[in-house]
Write a protein that binds this ligand. Structure first.
Ligand code: HEC
Ligand code: HEC
Length: 251
């Protein structure tokens, strides 16, 4: 029974198993988390899912016995690579999320809605938010390298599931910077956003608000007018313009 429960947890986490049946030990030497009697087909399907979900190769986790030669020969039973050890912990973590925590919600999860490597990784070996990457570059160096990082990631990963390049991402980071009194850095990110979202009302209003806060009302008004030219019905921009001109905002 325990073995059955364990197996069903594992298969929940990994590739859809081949039809249940008597599974023979396949001579794997060092399975510590996956069931020791997993079939070769299920194990390999699981490994292929790892590579696809993380965007890596077998040899990123497994030792190559004949480096430099083709075809590559692996010794997947060795634990010499740190990536493999991390992956094993991740596998255990993923099984715990599904087997312990999601179960406790009392809701039902199907093989498609449960957590898998892909839920977090989405094709990247280091799953990070766009803000972690862009703000990380900014904290490590400056706003220009943050802009460069955004461009690089967008060039490489736009249209994939890794990062949210939507209209609101850079304004959200800019807001964090504004609150930390780093208005100039915030401006660079907002200008960058206009390049990709030239009609973005939220971006124009954030720029205008920054200008107004510095006491440059004329620049703020000009920004809003530019914004309204691009996006004439934007209520946020209309309200801000009324406020700056000392009119009562329209309800
Ligand atoms: C992200 C890391 C990662 C990638 C990529 C990966 N593996 Fe693995 N592999 C593991 C881990 C972790 C285990 C051990 C699982 C356990 O302890 O239950 C394992 C175990 C194995 C085993 C069983 C070895 C034994 O005898 O114990 C084989 C065979 C294997 N992998 C083949 C492959 C192949 C082929 C690929 C490429 C298609 C691949 N792996 C890609 C992490 C990875
Ligand atoms: C709940 C989210 C989550 C799930 C699910 C998850 N991971 Fe991870 N994984 C992470 C995070 C976060 C990191 C660290 C990223 C960083 O360093 O910025 C990471 C890092 C890793 C790394 C190290 C990558 C590197 O380049 O150093 C490996 C290998 C890995 N995960 C394998 C897996 C595998 C295999 C699975 C599925 C069995 C999995 N992960 C499931 C969140 C997750």
């Amino acid at each position: 029974m325990l073995a059955f429960v364990r197996r069903s947890l594992v298969t929940l986490c990994i590739a859809t198993p081949a039809l249940a049946g008597a599974q023979q030990p396949e001579g794997f030497k060092n399975l510590q988390v996956l069931p020791k009697d997993i079939s070769r087909a299920d194990l390999l399907a699981t490994m292929r899912r790892f590579t696809a979900s993380l965007g890596v190769r077998c040899s990123d986790c497994h030792v190559v016995k004949n480096p430099g030669q083709m075809p590559e020969q692996l010794d997947p039973s060795l634990d010499d690579k740190e990536m493999k050890k991390v992956a094993r912990m991740m596998l255990q973590m993923t099984m715990d999320i599904n087997g312990k925590y999601l179960v406790q919600t009392g809701r039902t999860f199907t093989p498609r809605t449960r957590v898998t490597c892909e839920t977090c990784h989405r094709g990247a070996s280091k799953p990070r938010t766009l803000a972690a990457e862009v703000m990380g570059a900014l904290e490590a160096k400056d706003a220009d390298s943050a802009v460069t990082r955004y461009r690089e990631l967008r060039e490489k990963s736009y249209g994939r599931a890794m990062y949210d390049f939507g209209e609101a991402s850079l304004p959200m980071m800019a807001d964090e910077l504004t609150r930390a009194r780093r208005g100039d850095d915030a401006m660079k990110l907002l200008q960058l956003n206009l390049e990709f979202y030239p009609k973005s009302g939220m971006t124009y209003s954030a720029i205008a608000m920054g200008q107004a806060q510095r006491g440059d009302t004329a620049a703020a008004v000009a920004t809003i007018e530019k914004g309204l030219a691009a996006s004439p019905d934007n209520p946020q921009l209309k309200q801000l313009l009324a406020r700056l001109k000392g009119e009562r905002p329209q309800p």
